[in-house]
Write a protein that binds this ligand. Structure first.
Ligand SMILES: [Mg+2]
Length: 388
């Protein structure tokens, strides 16, 4: 089997919202379709992907480097051992031809975008939903029928006060979520503490609320904030400081009571290993949120999981960033802690597939072969149009 075409489009994902560090007024997303010469139901099997969120579109690297390498591979070179299906690990190796180690930049995002489409293809050819394929191949057949999830929202918007924040969170509870996350660090600390208290009033308990500073605090402020939130008993304190300052994380971790979380800006297995070695996180207390799409794809993420086991990390402490359906399959099939959701935030890319149900903070998964983007309202038509 071979890849016959790769289509990429850069689309706007603009919004007036902001976190502690960036606004989303010019945000973009890369959407890809990877077409193969395997025919099912009279049509070529095609995989779909997009670049998660939080980073801009990756069309340049995809079009100029990765797509030409994949399309230029020798016939059968990207296929698995019996030649019947795609091998995402070989695809990653081909994409990384003539790429130096280290200095990952955002090429890891470009690779992860295509990797999402590769796994969609693999599961479609095996005629299984991706979560089932992952459970069978990498988890001894075990999968979670329901995935823990939470509503990641609570962004800053111009003119948004405490009542609007509470209305937003009530809306999430009405949808079936039981826990939520809000942004912090984008307002003075006393205002953020009032936002936290207003959120807890709606959610009922601090353990149902996580806060996310998006790496916006310096260490002294992060420590002050850590001490200020300790009485609330929050679910976790996310990205308090610059994501690559491991010593600062170690200092926060040394006296942490509230669980810490980070990882969405660790973009490779090597970076994550350095984090595990040097950042002082406690695998019994803390969480890692590496996003498979931002970090070279699931082919790399499977290696990250194995590496982390050696440092005492169970899959049950991993919660991928991104709120994408791809991550839901990974969380179910590899039995992670769960996966975040972005209801109404990164529409339509954060939407669930038709027929998926959410209740009591858990979501079930689609039964379509592959990831199921063909059944996600708003994404379906967009991706089909891309495949041509
Ligand atoms: Mg975050």
């Amino acid at each position: 089997m071979n890849i016959t075409a790769i289509h990429e489009r850069t689309l706007p994902l603009a919004s007036s919202m902001r976190n502690a560090v960036i606004d989303f007024s010019t945000m973009t997303v890369s959407v890809v379709a990877v077409v193969t010469d395997v025919i099912r139901d009279g049509r070529p099997v095609t995989g779909y992907g997009f670049n998660s969120n939080g980073r801009y579109a990756q069309g340049g690297i995809i079009r100029e480097r990765f797509a030409p390498r994949l399309l230029g591979a020798a016939p059968g070179a990207l296929a698995d051992a019996d030649g019947a299906n795609l091998d995402p690990f070989k695809c990653l190796a081909v994409m990384m031809t003539n790429e130096k180690p280290g200095g990952h930049g955002e090429r890891s995002v470009a690779a992860g975008t295509l990797d999402m489409a590769f796994w969609d293809i693999v599961a479609k050819i095996e005629d299984k939903p991706l979560w089932r394929l992952l459970a069978d191949r990498y988890n001894g057949g075990a999968a979670d029928p329901l995935v823990n999830t939470y509503a990641a929202g609570g962004y800053y918007h111009p003119g948004k006060g405490l009542e609007a924040l509470q209305d937003e969170l009530r809306g999430y509870l009405d949808l079936g979520f039981t826990s939520c996350k809000i942004k912090v660090g984008g307002a003075p600390m006393d205002e953020d503490l009032r936002r936290i208290e207003a959120a807890i009033d709606v959610l009922g308990d601090g353990s149902r609320l996580a806060v996310d500073a998006n790496g916006g605090f310096d260490l002294a402020t992060a420590i002050k904030f850590q001490q200020a939130i300790q009485p609330y008993g929050l679910k976790w304190y996310e990205e308090p400081v610059e994501p690559l300052d491991f010593e600062a994380h170690a200092e926060l971790a040394a006296s942490a009571v509230t669980p810490l979380a980070t990882g969405e800006n660790l973009f490779s297995c090597v970076d994550t290993r350095n984090f595990a070695r040097h950042a002082g996180f406690d695998p019994q207390r803390d969480f890692l949120q590496v996003d498979p799409v931002l970090s070279y794809g699931l082919a790399e993420y499977l290696g990250i999981i194995e590496m982390l086991r050696g440092y005492g990390w169970s899959t049950r402490r991993l919660i991928p960033h991104g709120g994408h359906l791809f991550g839901m399959h990974i969380a179910a099939g590899l039995q992670l802690y769960g996966m975040e959701s972005y209801p109404h935030v990164f529409d339509p890319y954060g939407k669930y597939a038709r027929g998926m149900t959410l209740g009591d903070g858990k979501v079930d998964l689609p039964s379509l072969p592959g990831i199921g983007y063909e059944d996600v309202p708003g994404v379906d038509e967009l991706m089909r149009a891309l495949a041509g």
